[in-house]
Design a protein around this ligand. Structure first.
Ligand code: ADP
Ligand code: MG
Length: 779
């Protein structure tokens, strides 16, 4: 296992101390130390260590950038080493994101002249030795360690960073730490938070002491939409709505905007912009140009946007700003790309970022913040299992964080693309994630640890709703992870040790067993990534024609696999970067997503290898894992086996059904699209619709009236995304928890020879052959 606990340091306490003191003598260390000592956290060192000596749990809050993440873990480590306890020191620091874990570990390691004391572990990647004493991990890594039965006996400190983010993982970790602390009094726990709603942590940890580190924030001026707009030359093109407004109503708006001198047109513009649910990029660009025109010298401008797509669109407009460099900043970038925003420059540094720049990344030279006020958040409705990615207003807490990023090194200005009144109506704090996402994965982990799910989860900081927990337990049964008597099945054991969505985990296990792993890996990576095909608004038709060129087997997912494989084929044929980029552009394929899929495939494969479902050192493309990789019916069966019961029945117009290939007729797309009706097999009468971007939309030849889908999304209607037509035999054989679980019953979790067992299990070979034959019948 890549994330197994380290072996202990074989140096003596005295030796460890001597090694540290040697590092402290280095001139380079002294330079770094001087900079570290300027951070506000340094002034709090003694108080922090004192609180920690007297308490089992300490809560630390402080302005972002004050040195919590990089300094506090080092204070603990150095104090242990200097006190002669260096050889057994073991400090874990959790980070909510993989990139911040690596980034912070690298930074802290360099502050210690890379003496080997700092390491990191994230899913599929580990950098630690027996000398590692300060280990940065993602929260998920620590949770899996706990689920695997590790009680953190050899760990001296757990530091949970960014607890204010209230992710499910973060909340689960706090819940478990609370239980472990009551049994293991020697384990110290430190929670670190931005200054947002931190009182609830104090209460949760029985009045744990609070250490507040004052920031060195400079004042930041707020400029709301109503104040900046009159200063810009920009007006939206679609001004509307106010013609009929009475003088009195206008007067009221004027006072609401507390800008008495506003003319009618400004009022209309403010109203139009603030009522629109689109991001106005032209306005954004106008604000940036305004900043550049009034400033005395170049500085950093940080723009907050809801997502990667928005960042791309925004930067496109800003490239023309003279004497400037533009940077995207989001969690999907490589750490090198992220690092580039730190480099000092004498030009304007324009950074368009998602909320990663809110608390976890600090860029010191930002003087201006432009906040569009929006964030994208998943919402989940347990009643009908619908997930939606909703763009919505940020909370006031987030808006405050964003604005604070402007006053790091000198007084700053925050431009807000919303009105003061809108801000007052924002909700104060975000709703914790545990209350708005599906809980099946969490519930399975809890079950594997032999706790009662409902009793356990109701002790969480914010207990999830009963309905959501019930729904999760039902889902686990449907997936075959839990038997009808509530026991965790063999499949459930496997799934619990795979760090990914349960459905995708199941799909991968099936893909391994049925030897079509490579395409199934691509499918699993595709559904977890941004769309592979771009769908620009002004070129919808062209884009969908491009996509049709790769269409395969009435399946969005197999279409993606085709396109992805084609990109890789070109690369391995030696096509130049430029040629591949041109190919992607021509075919509306996102080159970034291709890259994401490649790295995700590698992650998923290493997850399979970590539980020995594939032999160590093998490749995802190895022939023995891909004997059936061209059998699309079998691949579809594995997709279905994973996604079940996400299946819808199509009621097709008779003319469109092509059970007999000879009968295929040219049926007009439009007619068919109108006539489709999709019904959820499981849902009683819910009518659902194929997403128009699906290759199945308007397909003329159907072999089966069933489609499986990954997501059901509610926008104007309930749309199915990532749909795949499934052969009826596949549905009979793979649709349902029992059969799959029966198959997976031959596997043993986490033993070295799991793979050998899997391969040697005679029934699998027979089964694969029988299934192949059945599936080839194309019933
Ligand atoms: P906090 O966790 O309180 O938000 P950090 O410990 O992450 O603060 O950062 C403290 C300071 O160290 C930041 O204000 C920044 O100036 C500096 N810093 C942190 N990481 C980096 C980095 N990768 N490159 C350059 N400076 C950094
Ligand atoms: Mg931090």
């Amino acid at each position: 296992r890549k994330d197994r606990p380290r072996r202990s340091d074989n140096r003596s306490d005295v030796q460890v101390k001597a090694d540290l003191l040697a590092v402290h003598q280095a001139p380079k260390f002294k330079d770094i130390l001087r900079a570290r000592q300027k951070l506000p956290a340094s002034a709090a060192e003694a108080r922090f260590l004192d609180l920690l000596a007297k308490n089992q749990c300490v809560i630390v809050v402080g302005e972002t950038g004050c040195g919590k993440t990089t300094q506090l873990p080092q204070f603990i480590l150095d104090s242990l080493i200097l006190a002669g306890q260096g050889s057994t020191a073991s400090i874990i620091v959790t980070q909510p994101r993989r990139l911040s874990a690596i980034g912070v570990a690298t930074r802290v390691s360099s502050e210690r002249l890379d003496d080997g004391s700092v390491g990191y572990v994230i899913r599929g990647e580990s950098k630690q030795t027996e000398r590692t004493k300060l280990l940065f991990c993602t929260t998920g890594v620590v949770l899996r360690r706990l689920a695997g039965g590790d009680s953190l006996k050899n760990v001296t400190h757990v530091i949970v960073d960014e607890v204010h983010e209230r992710t499910v993982d973060g909340d689960m970790l706090l819940l478990q730490l609370k239980e472990i602390m009551s049994k293991n009094k020697k384990l110290k726990v430190i929670l670190m938070s931005a200054t947002i709603n931190h009182e609830i942590f104090i209460k949760y940890f029985n009045n744990a002491p609070l250490l507040t580190i004052p920031g060195f924030a400079h004042p930041v001026e707020d400029i709301y939409l109503e104040s900046v707009l009159p200063k810009l030359r920009y007006r939206p093109t679609n001004l509307k709505g106010l013609k009929k407004m009475t003088e009195e109503e206008k007067q009221q708006l004027r006072s609401e905007y507390s800008a008495g001198g506003l003319d009618d047109e400004s009022i209309r513009a403010i109203q139009t912009i603030s009522r629109s649910d689109r991001i106005d990029y032209e306005l954004l660009a106008a604000v940036v140009r305004h900043i550049v025109s009034i400033a005395d010298k170049p500085a950093g401008i940080l723009i907050f946007l809801p997502g990667v797509q928005e960042i791309r669109q925004c930067l496109e407009l800003l490239r023309t700003i003279p004497n400037s460099k533009v940077f995207p900043l989001h969690a999907n970038l490589s750490s090198d790309e992220q690092r580039s925003v730190f480099a000092p420059t004498s030009q304007w540094k324009i950074i368009a970022a998602t909320n990663v720049a809110e608390t976890s990344i600090t860029i010191d030279d930002v003087v201006y913040v432009v906040d569009c006020g929006k964030v994208k958040e998943t919402q989940y409705d347990p009643e009908n299992g619908l997930t939606r990615l909703v763009e919505q207003w940020v909370t006031r807490a987030a808006a405050k964080q964003r604005r604070g990023r402007a006053g790091r090194t000198r007084p700053g200005i925050c431009y807000k693309l919303f009105t003061k009144k809108q801000e007052a109506q924002m909700s104060p704090y975000p709703i914790p994630e545990i209350k708005r996402v599906p809980l099946e994965s969490v519930s399975l982990t809890v079950k594997v640890m032999k706790h009662d799910v409902k009793a356990f989860l109701s002790r969480a900081l914010d207990p999830p709703n009963m309905a959501a927990m019930d729904h999760a337990l039902t889902t686990l049964e449907e997936l075959g992870a839990v038997s009808d008597t509530g026991e965790v099945t063999a499949l459930g054991q496997h799934l619990a040790s795979l760090p990914l969505d349960l459905r995708l985990g199941k799909m991968l296990i099936l893909g391994t067993m049925f030897q079509c792993l490579s395409p199934v890996l691509t499918v699993a990576a595709c559904v977890s990534s941004k769309p592979l095909f771009l769908n620009p608004m002004d070129k919808r038709e062209e884009a969908s024609r491009a996509r049709e060129r790769f269409a395969d087997g009435n399946s969005d997912l197999l279409t993606d696999v085709n396109a992805y494989d084609e990109c890789l084929r070109r690369r391995s044929d030696g096509a130049s970067q430029g040629a591949i980029r041109a190919f992607c552009e021509e075919n509306f394929i996102s080159a970034t997503t291709v890259r994401d899929i490649t790295s995700l495939r590698a992650d998923l494969f290493s997850a399979l290898s970590s539980i020995n479902l594939v032999p160590p050192g093998s490749k995802a493309t190895a022939p023995f894992l891909n004997a059936n990789s061209t059998n699309s019916n079998l691949i579809k069966a594995c997709i279905l086996g994973g996604l079940w019961p996400r299946v819808a029945r199509v009621s097709l117009p008779r003319s469109a059904v092509k059970f007999d290939k000879v009968q295929a007729g040219a049926v007009q797309r439009e007619n068919i699209a109108k006539d489709y009706k999709f019904f959820d097999v499981k849902g009683s009468n819910g009518r659902v619709f194929l997403h128009p971007a699906s290759v199945l939309f308007g397909a003329t030849a159907w072999k089966s009236p069933f489609v499986t889908y990954f997501q059901k999304q509610m926008t104007s209607k309930v749309f199915l995304r990532d749909a795949t037509e499934v052969p009826m035999y596949a549905l009979l054989l793979f649709g349902g928890p029992v059969s799959v679980n029966h198959i997976a019953g031959g596997l043993t979790v986490g033993t070295k020879d799991a793979f050998v067992k899997l391969r040697a299990w005679p029934r699998i070979g027979v089964l694969v052959n029988q299934l192949r034959r059945l599936l080839d019948l194309e019933l």
